[in-house]
Write a protein that binds this ligand. Structure first.
Ligand code: ATP
Ligand code: MG
Length: 445
């Protein structure tokens, strides 16, 4: 017991932290949301410790706008609730408190500690070292040590405007270095998702992953298989919506992490057209996010998997099935392979299927069909998707151009734009000619 305590104390940094004054770091209490300040004040007023912790402190030091303000305290959940009335205890495995002021909610977590090897033997980890339970209260240094990277383990006290730093996170941040707390090999085994977080933070904040922190990632990448698919989806979404999806996906591939996430990505990126399409979709997403525009996860996943849907439906058609049923079968097959690894929630897969199915309908511009497609609730997204296909050279630019004009045209002009059956056939024949083969390896469904 004493041995394990000593190991805990000495293996993951010091219990005596550095205290960084406002004069050095320059983060004023006013940068913290009002609600977070109120909760901290209330807890400290009752004699408890309370700090802003984690991502918010890191983001402020990087001059980014924090998404939310999480607090850490030595008060237990019931005590937090006693101090701050407008709150509720959530979570079963590890209980947190949500404190509400107006429409802002601040999450308050009691200091807790990681685990040690004696606890491994007691069944707190699986056979690969994955942490199954981490719900033991601890001290402030314990709480710092159980966090993943040094830059995520900084405590900020709005009352004194000081940062409490147990693991040299501030120095790392200044050096633009991402460093794991403790032994990286053990920490990735405890929670393989930390490998994805490493890639995301490095790409999103332009950090260098420290050598020892980087080294185990490639060999341990297969451990992602043991992570529940729903948790992988959440992390993947964070990564894709980070505003740096292009770099994140490139880095995931470099580290061999994508096998466990997007098993089909290798096949898709092997074809120049597939690679162009995926990269263009990621880039468009990054630009939209940086401009503060909304991005739909369904659209993004539909884009990531589109070329596999195309290739699969082509194979099925070669077996003699008609185009539309072949497309639907391909969609299901691709989604089955994908969701075995990473569970895309049904609300998104429904969007994805709509988008994919509408592609075929958008290509068919004869008769009254374009009018019906125009009225479809997902038309706008499907048109954007079509435009991406044109931009990467999979589809003739003329198709996207036609739809742009069709949307802007008057009712009378629209009638004149409709293609006749014969036009459509001629167009299809022209597209099949070898001269336009560049756009044909996985021709439209
Ligand atoms: P972001 O919100 O941008 O994803 P974040 O660092 O705030 O970044 P959260 O998931 O909100 O990430 O977690 C809050 C804090 O909890 C982190 O800063 C880190 O200290 C700790 N943390 C989160 N995930 C892990 C993990 N898998 N292992 C150890 N500590 C973690
Ligand atoms: Mg956060």
């Amino acid at each position: 017991m004493i041995r394990s305590l000593l190991r805990r104390v000495f293996s993951r940094g010091s219990t005596k932290p550095k205290v960084i004054a406002f004069a050095s770091h320059g983060i004023a209490a006013a940068s913290i949301s009002q609600c977070a300040r109120r909760v901290v004040e209330a807890l400290q007023g009752h004699g408890f410790k309370a700090f802003v912790v984690g991502g918010a402190v890191r983001d402020l030091l990087l001059a980014k706008h924090p998404k939310d303000f999480d607090l850490a305290t030595d008060a237990h959940p019931e005590q937090v609730k006693g101090v701050f009335r407008r709150s509720r205890i959530i979570g079963r495995r590890f209980r947190l408190v949500h404190c509400m002021c107006g429409n802002e909610t601040v999450e308050v977590a009691t200091f807790r500690r990681g685990h040690d090897q004696e606890e491994d033997a007691a069944g707190h980890t699986d056979e690969h070292g994955r942490l199954l339970r981490d719900n033991v209260y601890g001290s402030q240094p314990d709480d710092a040590a159980r966090r993943d990277f040094t830059i995520n383990a900084l405590f900020y006290d709005p009352a004194t405007q000081e940062i409490v730093d147990y693991h040299n996170g501030w120095a790392d941040l200044k050096k633009k270095q991402l460093r794991m707390i403790g032994d990286p090999d053990i920490r990735y085994r405890e929670d393989p998702v930390r490998m994805l977080r490493a890639v995301r933070f490095a790409a999103a904040y332009g950090l260098e992953i420290e050598k020892k922190t980087l080294a185990p990632i490639r060999p341990l990448a297969p451990l992602l298989q043991n992570v529940p698919p729903a948790r992988l989806f959440d992390e993947m979404l964070k990564l894709l919506l980070s505003g740096h999806a292009t770099q994140c996906v490139t880095r995931l591939r470099r580290e061999g992490l994508h096998h466990g996430l997007l098993p089909l990505l290798d096949v898709i990126l092997e074809q120049p057209l597939g690679e162009r399409f995926v990269m263009l979709a990621l880039n468009t997403t990054d630009v939209r996010i940086l401009e503060g525009k909304p991005v739909s996860p369904g659209f993004l996943f539909a884009a990531l998997l589109w070329h596999e849907v195309l290739a699969t439906s082509k194979k099925i058609r070669e077996g003699g099935m008609a185009p539309m049923p072949a497309l639907f079968l391909a969609m299901d097959q691709v989604l089955d392979t994908q969701t075995a690894k990473l569970a895309i929630p049904r609300r998104y897969t429904t969007d994805m299927k709509d988008l994919w199915a509408l592609q075929q309908r958008l290509e068919n511009r004869t008769g009254r069909r374009p009018f019906r497609v125009l009225e479809h609730p997902r038309f706008r997204a499907a048109y954007d998707f079509l435009q991406l296909r044109c931009d990467c050279g999979e589809l003739e630019a003329e198709v996207g151009d036609w739809w742009r004009r069709f949307q802007q045209a008057s009712a009378h002009e629209r009638e004149g734009m409709l293609l006749r059956e014969g036009d459509a056939k001629r167009r299809r024949r022209r597209r099949r000619k070898p001269s336009t083969a560049q756009a044909q390896p996985d021709a439209p469904v």
